[in-house]
Each structure stands twice: as structure tokens, then as C-alpha cells.
Design a protein around this ligand. Structure first.
Ligand code: SAM
Length: 373
């Protein structure tokens, strides 16, 4: 995909379109610099015209911040139900992302930004997008800021108390274990000395590493996303459990059976909009249903599964009250135990959040499941 525009000299130019979020290339592009006012810039992007920045880099950041303020909803539309409030909130976020992503920066020669006072972003971009290739490219400044933030995040890592304070280093686009509640559940759950465990949808590999640290001799961890696979491999090696943990790219289960199967699935039944959304949103609960339906074929006799899942989907009316129980029953499984925890993160206490009613009551559970005898 590419974008094209006509600068003052009248000669049409074009550039490769960079978007990890999967945004389509804007069809109308004009160049802009500090002479454009916020009002005119806002009008352009609301009409769907992208602004390819040619001024200095700090001014582009300033303009993005001002556009962000303008793009705030003037009045939050009133929702009758939490389900409606959830959909309105997501629609609003998508609207903001769509318009704020229309302020573009150019790239050339190995991810250099050819603007005055531009920072060095080559390593961050290479981690997120891969090798630069040839010619000129352009992408959203907003996405670039996310890429740079993720690069810092990966470099510093996230401290994980249940790993004795060791750090997990999330890669760009991989689900980051910043909320520790589900990790506490997995760290405290009684473990019946499994020989082999599976970690389905391993993300950064944090649960696989935890199981290995808890003494499981062999852990097979899977993820569908190649970035997660690379990230998990790097983390388990760094944590010194690489010999115990085999990370594979797979759709749900690896081949074979295990005594323990752990899974922290995408937990909200809604449509993912971007690549990053696939860790959180599970349309029609299809991951969850498939995981439960296929579980019996992958459990050793007498084995058990730990399903780590929040009830936010039920509280928001996105999943029926009995859907999880029905799917467990239909798969020939039974619940042999349940441990629960409450969220500690700030959003659960934010009374201004339209979803406060659901978030403040959210419960995350570790469901112990076994094949029904
Ligand atoms: C909520 S995240 C959990 C990540 C990690 N296990 C943790 O606890 O931090 C869900 C993960 O499932 C992965 N995933 C989504 N669909 C998948 C599939 N069909 N097969 C394997 N993994 C999948 C996502 O890429 C994501 O890493």
C-alpha cells in the first residue's frame, strides 16, 4: 500500500504506507508544517485528509497533542445499558484513533525521520516493523509514539513479583502482564506435580516461566502470533528456564497431551479491530469455546486445566450468564475448584468511567477443570 501527494513543485510523490494497526492508507494526503493552525489541521483530518508533516518534529508532536484535546467527545452520549456503554466507548476510541492517525511523518534510509530535531527511532521501528526496505515511507505519528513507548517498555521490562521480582520484557504488540492478579492466582494454586504442562496463548511467556519456576519439568507454550512466540522464547531464556519451556507457534494446542493445561484467553467477546486487539477480544467467544471443546483430547487421564478468566464479559452483557458453564458442560468437563481475586488496577476505581459499574465488581477466577467422570 502507498500514499501519494503533490508538493508545491507540482510533481506527484509517493511513499510506502506503514501501519501495524492495519489502518488503510489515506487516499487524500497534503503536506503541512507549523504554518497550519490547529483548527485547519483538525478540519482536514476530520474530512479524511491526512497531513504529511514537513515542519520540525517537536511541532508535529505539539500539534498532535492539540488535536487530541479537540478530538475529546464534547458530551458523552448516554447509554441505557452497560453493553451499550461498552460499544459506545469502543466506537469513540476508534473514532479518535482514526482521526488522530492522520497526522503523518515520513521515513527514509533505515527508519530515519527526515525532519528537523527528529529523534533516533531506527531501532524501535525495526523491532516493530522489521527492516526498512527502499525508498520513502510514511506512517502515523501517533502509532510511532506507541512504537517508541513499547521499545522503552521492552528495554526496561516489567517487574513480576511472582517471579521473585525478575522482569518480563514484552515485545511490541504482545500482551503485557502489567496486572498481577491472575499471576497471583496461578502462583498460589495447588500444583499436583505435573510432568508436562501446556500454556495456551502464552503471550510474553510469563505463565510458562512461572510453571517452570514452580518445578514443572516440561512446559509447551503456544501462541498464534509470531511476535508473541519470539517474545516468549526470549523471556524464558532470559529467566533461565529455556531448557524446560518449548515455545511453539500454534492455533491453540500443540500436539500431544499434558497433565496440566493453563490458559489466560482473550477475555472480552467483541470484534478485534487491530492486530494488538487479538490478545483481549475474542469474537463470539470462539477461542474460549474451541479451547474448552478440544481440552479433553489434550488432557492426560487424571489431568486438569486452569482457565484464568475475568467475568467482565458477563458483567458487560457481552457473554450470557450461563455461557461459560454451558460450554464447560457441553465439552464433557466439570469444575473441580475455583479461586478468585478482585482487580487492583486504577480503572476499577474510576467512577467517571462509563463502565465503572462493571469494572468495580469484576472478578477474575482460576477455574480448575477436569474431564467429567
Ligand atoms: C490475554 S493474552 C494472555 C497472554 C499470557 N498468557 C499472559 O497470561 O500474560 C491471550 C494470548 O492468546 C493469544 N492467542 C489469541 N488467539 C490464539 C490462538 N488461536 N492460538 C494461540 N494463541 C492465541 C494472543 O496472541 C495472546 O498472546
Amino acid at each position: 500500500m502507498s500514499i501519494s501527494w503533490t508538493p508545491d513543485d507540482g510533481e506527484v510523490r509517493s511513499a510506502r504506507w506503514i501501519s501495524d494497526g492495519g489502518a488503510p492508507a489515506p487516499r487524500r494526503v497534503v503536506t503541512a508544517d507549523s504554518r497550519i493552525g490547529v483548527a485547519a489541521a483538525y478540519r482536514h483530518i476530520c474530512e479524511g485528509t491526512a497531513l504529511l508533516w514537513s515542519g520540525d518534529y517537536p511541532s508535529a508532536r505539539q500539534l498532535l497533542a492539540s488535536l487530541g484535546k479537540r478530538a475529546e467527545p464534547r458530551r458523552q452520549p448516554k447509554a441505557d445499558t452497560l453493553t451499550e456503554a461498552f460499544h459506545l466507548q469502543r466506537r469513540e476510541q476508534a473514532r479518535r484513533t482514526r482521526i488522530l492517525s492522520l497526522l503523518l511523518v515520513p521515513y527514509e534510509d533505515g527508519w530515519t525521520i527526515p525532519l528537523k530535531r527528529a529523534p533516533e527511532v531506527a531501532e524501535a521501528c525495526e523491532q516493530a516493523y522489521g527492516e526498512f526496505g527502499d525508498g520513502l515511507a510514511a506512517g502515523s505519528l501517533r502509532e510511532l509514539l506507541g512504537v517508541v513507548g513499547a521499545y522503552e517498555w521492552r528495554r526496561k521490562g516489567v517487574e513480576i513479583p511472582v517471579l521473585g521480582g525478575d522482569r518480563i520484557h514484552p515485545h511490541y504488540g504482545v500482551f503485557s502482564p502489567v496486572r498481577g492478579e491472575y499471576l497471583d492466582l496461578a502462583a498460589d494454586a495447588r500444583l499436583r506435580a505435573p510432568r508436562v504442562a501446556f500454556d495456551i496463548g502464552t503471550g510474553t511467556g510469563v505463565l510458562a516461566a512461572l510453571l517452570a519456576r514452580r518445578g514443572v519439568g516440561r512446559v509447551v507454550a503456544t501462541d498464534l502470533d509470531p511476535r508473541a512466540v519470539a517474545c516468549a522464547r526470549e523471556n524464558v531464556d532470559r529467566l533461565g528456564v529455556g531448557a524446560q519451556v518449548d515455545v511453539q507457534q500454534a492455533d491453540l494446542f500443540p500436539k500431544g497431551r499434558a497433565d496440566l493445561i493453563v490458559c489466560n484467553p482473550p477475555w472480552l467477546p467483541a470484534r478485534p479491530r487491530t492486530r494488538l486487539d487479538h490478545a483481549v477480544y475474542d469474537p463470539d467467544s470462539s477461542f474460549l469455546r474451541r479451547f474448552l471443546a478440544e481440552l479433553p483430547e489434550h488432557l492426560e487421564p487424571g489431568g486438569e486445566a486452569w482457565l484464568l478468566i475475568s467475568d467482565l464479559g458477563e458483567r458487560l452483557g457481552l457473554r450470557g450468564e450461563s455461557e461459560l458453564a454451558d460450554a464447560i458442560e457441553a465439552a464433557g468437563l466439570e469444575v473441580t475448584g475455583r479461586e478468585t481475586t478482585r482487580p487492583r488496577h486504577g480503572r476499577a476505581n474510576d467512577r467517571d468511567d462509563p463502565l465503572y459499574e462493571a469494572r468495580s465488581k469484576e472478578i477474575t477466577s482460576l477455574w480448575r477443570l477436569a474431564v467429567r467422570s
